[in-house]
Write a protein that binds this ligand. Structure first.
Ligand SMILES: Cc1cc2nc3c(=O)[nH]c(=O)nc-3n(C[C@H](O)[C@H](O)[C@H](O)COP(=O)(O)OP(=O)(O)OC[C@H]3O[C@@H](n4cnc5c(N)ncnc54)[C@H](O)[C@@H]3O)c2cc1C
Length: 380
């Protein structure tokens, strides 16, 4: 099976539109939303209008035949504009994966007509104060009562947590069954017992909403059970396999922006009577940035392509996520270095890129967890 590098005509058209959108609607406002830590509703309203706020769901609802590679390419462009703003469509993709994997036609209609047609946000509620990397250790509980379930628990660090209309929530139905005791449920924010805790004040990605979501005796009708009782952990792991190339794509976008900013600055900035771009030490930093970015791009594109071909992708998704995230941390830091003292100030956009990039090593499984997955795959 050959891996095709050239984008299709549809992808070329889509990327042209997204680049135009980023230039007009994201770049002029990204510093404001970062500084104010405000959720950019007007940007997302426009993003919904051009159809890239929710890049999931059946074509009959979303209006576009989304595949993994195309949405990763779009995410690279959005993150090139702003890593923080791109986190919201990323969170919509992550939250939509369990529904893509296990949703019934009715559940898909409920979820995607909100996200794709009404500009609503979704949120993936897995992490808890006592359970981050160890997903199987979560303790939010659910019990069956007649024809509904009763959900209790606190989820933390939830992207879109405070702004979402719909939640996909992993909870424990069986206390003694470990990972097999976990089940996913769909929850509407307007149901009794759904509330929000604190909104996190973050190092980066400050245009995105990261909040606690609290479920107190929430009555979940049985038709909102996703997949099977006890099938939640498997769905969660498959969802991560699908969404990790998206993080790799975001890493490439943030890094591409950082490299180009440093390159343009190096051409202009003169020291010792010559542009610093003429100094080999600076040239080598730029060359290494370019090399790393291109390698990360190939990794995420291959993983996304494999997903689209229905191939086994556990290792490749972890490679794309881990290499991309670690690469972005290095590249954005080197880009700050090329700008010297100016790079360290908030006058220039690179310190923000560095702060935004850091999240990518943490969210959706830390770089350490990705290495555990890769090691397990190559040793088995
Ligand atoms: C901005 C932001 C947005 C997020 N969005 C979401 C979201 O939408 N939905 C959601 O469910 N969660 C979300 N998260 C949570 C995120 O997925 C977790 O923070 C992440 O999985 C790590 O969990 P933790 O923070 O509890 O760290 P821990 O699991 O406590 O890890 C702490 C450190 O220990 C290391 N570690 C842990 N276990 C091992 C091990 N076995 N071997 C080696 N090292 C290990 C980790 O790599 C890390 O360095 C978000 C987090 C942030 C910061």
């Amino acid at each position: 099976m050959s891996f095709e590098f050239a984008p299709t005509q549809e992808q070329v058209e889509m990327l042209k539109m997204v680049r135009k959108f980023v230039k007009k609607e994201i770049i002029p406002v990204r510093a404001y939303y970062d500084e104010e830590e405000e959720f950019p509703w007007p940007v997302f309203q426009k993003m919904a209008e051009i159809g890239v706020l929710c890049m999931s769901g059946p074509e009959s609802i979303s209006g576009y035949p989304w595949d993994n590679l195309t949405r990763c390419l779009v995410m690279e462009e959005l993150a090139r504009g702003c890593g923080g703003i791109a986190t919201t469509p990323m969170a919509n993709i992550l939250a939509s994966e369990p529904i893509e994997i296990a949703g019934t036609a009715e559940q898909k209609k409920w979820w995607f007509s909100g996200l794709c047609l009404k500009g609503e946000m979704g949120a993936y509620c897995v992490t808890e104060p006592g359970a981050g990397s160890d997903v199987a250790g979560l303790s939010s509980s659910v019990r069956r009562e007649g024809n509904h379930y009763v959900l209790n628990g606190t989820k933390c660090f939830i992207s879109n947590g405070g702004v979402a209309s719909k939640y996909v929530v992993l909870a424990r139905l069986n206390k003694s069954a470990g990972a097999k005791g976990l089940t996913f449920f769909l929850v509407d924010r307007h149901w009794d017992g759904v509330s929000h805790g604190k909104k996190e004040k973050k190092m980066g990605n400050r245009a995105s909403d990261t909040s606690e979501v609290i479920f107190t005796d929430v009555k979940v009708p049985e038709e909102y059970l996703l997949g099977e009782e006890g099938g939640g952990f498997k769905i969660a792991m498959n969802a991560f396999n699908m969404s990790r190339p998206v993080i790799g794509a975001m890493a490439v976008g943030v890094s591409q922006f950082a490299m180009e900013t440093a390159r343009d600055y190096a051409r202009e900035r003169k020291q010792f009577g010559t542009p610093i771009a003429n100094m080999q030490a600076v040239q080598f930093m730029l060359a290494e940035m370019d090399m790393r970015i291109e390698a990360a791009r190939l990794l995420y594109q291959k993983a996304a392509w494999m997903l689209d071909k229905g191939l086994e992708v556990v290792r490749n998704s972890a490679l794309a996520k881990c290499f991309g995230a670690d690469m972005a941390q290095r590249v954005t830091s080197d880009a700050v270095q090329i700008l010297g003292g100016y790079g360290y100030t908030r006058e220039y956009p690179l310190e923000k890129a560095m702060r935004d990039a850091k999240l990518l090593q943490i969210v959706e499984g830390t770089s350490q967890i990705q290495k555990m997955i890769i090691a397990r795959e190559i040793l088995k």
